[in-house]
Design a protein around this ligand. Structure first.
Ligand SMILES: [Fe+2]
Ligand SMILES: [Fe+2]
Length: 353
């Protein structure tokens, strides 16, 4: 394989300066992908700024109360199962998302402002993975058990395998977005991760863990999940803009057959998610049971498909967990800097010796 020379990598075609109007989200060979300005996709830059404004670290959230609760008899076995399953799912799902971003998505998005956002998102996924390591260490959980659930708990394995198939398609050595089928497969990957993984598969877990926070139990993990939910809301919004942007620039991709394929994927994902909820809640716990989650997953999936221009599939009407929107608004408004307990190392505190 020949490696292109530095000169050829820096060439912009006719040698003229980058024009914003020539920027494209994918398959752009006219302009230099290294040049951020002039901006064309202002939404991507806005999402980048929103991500930066939400900066947080899991270690800044005190875990003392959670440790006390976990060691006490305040939680039933069913409640412990809910928490363990969700820690198990998220601990590796965050890595799957991060890997797909860096290995499958980044290479094929040929726009500098979107890549700037993807770099920020990749860091946030690292922070989310860090959260699960921190929680496992704080509560003294068995790390092998948590981090292997994606091999050992079938309801988690099925969700992850569903996603990993989409990553494998883009990582195949002959994959290219220069073909019609390739670009459709890439769009399918984006929908599979932004809409399904981050937009559907994460939400059952958010409800389950945040329901403890509402009852003033496991509030450290609850606070961390609020920050993760806030980050994931931006990831989802960026993903929707990227998907809709690629559709607008390549309208021939969005055929009735392709839409049917996407709807079929969403329906498969919804079934996997309902199974996952049932697996976490074999007997139900206070205010939560499998039937409510069926309604919730339908409600969430309908909201997601509408945002990428597809019709609702489940005829859902109301959110069975209306408090979730309140929690999301609170997380948005919360001034993290007022509650943080540790300070960042400032330049004055660094030791250079
Ligand atoms: Fe994440
Ligand atoms: Fe994410």
């Amino acid at each position: 394989m020949s490696i292109p020379s530095v000169d050829s990598q820096l060439e912009t075609g006719d040698g003229s300066r980058v024009k914003a109007s020539e920027k494209r989200l994918v398959n752009c060979s006219q302009v230099d992908v290294n040049q951020l300005m002039p901006l064309k996709y202002h939404w991507a830059w806005e999402h980048y700024l929103n991500g930066c404004a939400n900066h947080w670290m899991p270690t800044e959230v005190p875990m003392t109360k959670d440790i006390e609760t976990w060691r006490s008899d305040k939680l039933t076995e069913d409640e412990r199962l809910v928490i363990m399953r969700n820690l198990g799912f998220f601990s590796t799902a965050e890595s799957l998302v991060g890997n797909n971003l860096v290995l499958a998505i980044f290479k094929h998005v040929t726009n500098a402002e979107c890549r700037q956002y993807l770099l920020r998102q990749a860091f946030e996924e690292a922070v989310h993975s860090h959260t699960f390591l921190y929680v496992v260490e704080s509560l003294g959980l068995n790390e092998g058990e948590i981090f292997n659930m994606y091999h050992e708990v079938p309801a988690i394995t099925r969700k992850d395998e569903f996603e990993m198939r989409l990553t494998a398609e883009v990582l195949s050595p002959d994959f290219s977005t220069n073909t019609y089928e390739g670009l459709q497969a890439f769009l399918k990957n984006l929908i599979g991760y932004y809409i399904i993984m981050e937009g559907i598969f994460f939400y059952t877990g958010f409800v389950m863990v945040l329901s403890f926070h509402r009852r003033n139990l496991m509030t450290g993990i609850g606070e961390q999940f609020q920050y993760i939910l806030r980050d994931e809301t931006v990831h989802l919004n960026f993903g929707i803009d990227l998907i809709n942007g690629i559709k607008a620039e390549n309208p021939d991709l969005w055929t009735p057959e392709f839409q049917a394929e996407i709807i079929d994927l969403i329906k498969q994902a919804v079934e996997l998610e309902i199974e996952y909820a049932g697996d976490c809640l074999p007997n139900g716990i206070l205010g939560l049971n499998r039937d409510l989650f069926r309604d919730y997953v339908h409600y969430v999936a309908d909201r997601r498909v509408e945002r990428i221009g597809l019709p609702k599939q489940f005829d859902s009407k109301t959110n069975p967990f209306p408090w979730m929107s309140e929690t999301m608004d609170l997380a948005k408004e919360k001034n993290f800097f007022e509650t943080r307990v540790t300070e960042y190392q400032s330049s004055g505190a660094l030791n250079w010796d």
